[in-house]
Design a protein around this ligand. Structure first.
Ligand SMILES: [Mn+2]
Length: 297
């Protein structure tokens, strides 16, 4: 008989969780967060963890783009139990879960779910690292810097404002092409927010490259990737698609720059498809696959 190793409920190439070795540094731990209650346009990101994991079986162990095997040690712990309809409770549960798992010397890699969930890993990490020395790199079509959205403080549209409230060293937003006047005025008065629009990056990639190269290799960075940063022609199945986004080639270049840095946590959010084999899910899975390939030895 012939069986393959297809386990669609776990990310491809993940290690068996029974073998989790807490003394090994640099373990990544995938956690799915099937929460989409604050979605304002296209809902369905609760299916993101399932569709991304299934799509991860599209790739070879050898990553031809970067000419190396995916050799990083990473585990897939499944999904956290969310409270549908309750953003604050879900964030609290997720923060607790991540804090507990960090004792195993692991770094969280979350698959959303919508963007509100990013607050939980950042809060959990802020207790371990000094957030005032932490840089948040945020890839997104949107600024997510509103103080409230539809009267709510806990929302996908306010998440970076909540992160900013924690007083990180800097928030670098990459790929922005949508923002309210309130958000734009807010950023103009803040020294610790840098914005690189989608147009800036296409016209002057070197400016962003210089900015990222200036970050010390030891400095703790949290990386939050809203996959709507990609152009909808590549990733259209997202909560709030916006035209004129980045290409997968630019994402690959950014990952090369960032994977050498001290990334202490990562999330991919806002994929909203329930269709197996969806190309948006494959493009999202490829970012995780590429990151883990580059982050390995
Ligand atoms: Mn967005």
């Amino acid at each position: 008989m012939l069986f393959n190793t297809y386990k669609p409920w776990k990310f491809a190439f993940s290690q068996d969780t029974d073998n989790l070795n807490e003394t090994t540094p640099n373990n990544w731990l995938i956690i799915g967060v099937p929460f989409d209650s604050t979605s304002s346009y296209k809902s369905g990101s609760r299916f993101g963890p399932t569709t991304v994991r299934e799509a991860s079986y599209s790739f070879e162990k050898y990553n031809i783009t970067f000419k190396k095997d995916i050799s990083t040690t990473f585990y897939d712990f499944g999904n956290v139990e969310v409270v549908h309809g309750n953003c604050k409770k879900t964030i609290a549960i997720l923060e607790d879960a991540i804090s507990e798992l960090m004792d195993y010397n692991i770094k969280p890699l979350l698959i959303g779910g919508e963007h509100s969930i990013s607050l939980a890993p950042i809060k959990a990490l802020a207790n371990k690292y000094n957030i005032e020395n932490m840089t948040i790199i945020h890839l997104d079509a949107h600024m997510d810097l509103r103080d409230e959205y539809q009267g709510e403080k806990c929302s996908h549209a306010t998440v970076m404002k909540r992160v900013h409230d924690l007083n990180p060293k800097e928030i670098i937003e990459i790929g922005v092409r949508s923002g309210s006047l309130e958000e734009i005025e807010f950023t103009q008065n803040q020294e610790n927010i840098a914005i690189f629009t989608s147009k800036d990056i296409k016209e002057r990639f070197h400016a962003l490259e210089n900015k990222l190269n200036k970050i010390d290799n030891e400095e703790a960075i949290y990386l939050s990737i809203d996959v709507d940063v990609l152009d909808p022609s590549y990733v259209g199945e997202v909560g709030n698609p916006i035209p004129n986004g980045l290409s997968p080639e630019i994402i690959e270049k950014l990952l090369v720059l960032l994977a050498k840095k001290n990334i202490i946590g990562l999330d991919l959010v806002e994929l909203a498809t329930n269709k197996l084999g969806d190309s948006s899910a494959v493009a999202t899975a490829k970012i995780i696959y590429d990151f883990l390939t580059l982050n390995g030895e």
